[in-house]
Design a protein around this ligand. Structure first.
Ligand SMILES: Cc1cc2nc3c(=O)[nH]c(=O)nc-3n(C[C@H](O)[C@H](O)[C@H](O)COP(=O)(O)OP(=O)(O)OC[C@H]3O[C@@H](n4cnc5c(N)ncnc54)[C@H](O)[C@@H]3O)c2cc1C
Length: 278
């Protein structure tokens, strides 16, 4: 990994994983829309996923931050590709690599434009162990209403709701530089949802992360402990142009959370995210 702090650019080789990228970006007081796993390959993520639940709303997808990438095609041709690649063929190849790259060749390095670390204001979580599936369903339905009605219209904050196999609901908030309210009182509706369902709150600290790197690395120790072969449902909602209606929220609460055998897999996770349309 090499960083050009003046240009706010970082270059990662094809085999770099997120821990070393994130630490280099954090040292440069930068920020990038990275994923949650420290052992995930930067280029593997770039060419197959690139959806950052925590940072996507402010920073977009990682692919949107590519300035240049070096790509070896399946027939051995080395290409330097960028968003402004001049030929139609290279331009098409560049766009195709960001989504289908692993079927087309190998990325040997990528240069990314960092955002300033000050784009991140603070972040943290409210963790509610609901205890039963029914209770998780009811809590999540209220949390989803808050997500739709308060979070989605406000571009200065993002929220991710995760429901784990033991019916713990984790609401993660990221407040960006343009957030003008008090983060602690902002999440009162989540506390109210816990009170309404008579379920405890075991973690209530939405300002626990004060730097981008603290937020970016928060799940590394948890992911390290994960073992086994989990049943994982990941349901991402990207680029929706309208707010979800009640029917959709009911479906998510009743079917994704209330209707699947979460308890049968020790690490099953339902993730509900929404990034700004881009
Ligand atoms: C703990 C964890 C958290 C995750 N979080 C997120 C998340 O928040 N957001 C998200 O979008 N995704 C997330 N993912 C999914 C992850 O982005 C994909 O699984 C990704 O494909 C993993 O890439 P890898 O290089 O680590 O894996 P590998 O299994 O090594 O590679 C996956 C595929 O990518 C290809 N590939 C890898 N490197 C290159 C390269 N340099 N050039 C061309 N092809 C290449 C491989 O050939 C293979 O087909 C997560 C995964 C894990 C395990």
């Amino acid at each position: 990994v090499s960083v050009d702090e003046e240009k706010m650019e970082v270059t990662a080789g094809g085999g770099v994983t997120f821990r070393s990228l994130a630490e280099a970006v954090g040292d440069a007081d930068g920020a990038l829309p990275i994923g949650t796993g420290d052992t995930v390959g930067v280029t593997g993520y770039l060419v197959n996923g690139g959806i950052s639940g925590y940072f996507g709303r402010r920073l977009g997808m990682l692919g949107q931050r590519v300035i240049e990438l070096t790509f070896v095609t399946a027939d051995g041709v080395i290409k330097i590709l960028s968003p402004s690649s001049s030929s139609d063929e290279d331009s098409t190849l560049f766009n195709s690599v960001l989504g289908a790259g692993s079927a087309l060749g190998v990325v040997t390095s990528v240069t990314l434009k960092m955002e300033s670390g000050s784009s991140f204001q603070s972040g943290g979580q409210v963790i509610v162990p609901c205890g039963t599936q029914d209770s998780a369903k009811r809590f999540a339905r209220l949390a989803l209403s808050f997500l739709r009605d308060s979070v989605l219209p406000d571009e200065s904050v993002s929220m991710e709701l995760v429901v784990t196999a033991d019916f713990t609901c984790i609401s993660t908030f990221i407040f960006y530089d343009s957030f003008k309210f008090d983060p602690i009182s902002y999440v009162n509706p989540i506390r109210d949802a816990a009170t309404a369902g008579n379920v405890p709150i075991v973690v209530d600290n939405v300002t626990q992360w004060n730097t981008w790197l603290e937020a970016a690395s928060c799940l590394w120790p948890i992911i390290k402990e994960m073992k086994g072969n989990p049943l994982v449902r990941m349901d991402h909602s990207m680029g929706t142009t309208t707010y979800p209606d009640d029917d959709l929220l009911n479906f998510i609460a009743n079917e994704w959370i209330g209707g699947v055998p979460l308890e049968d897999a020790s690490q099953s996770i339902v993730e509900i995210r929404r990034s700004e349309e881009r």
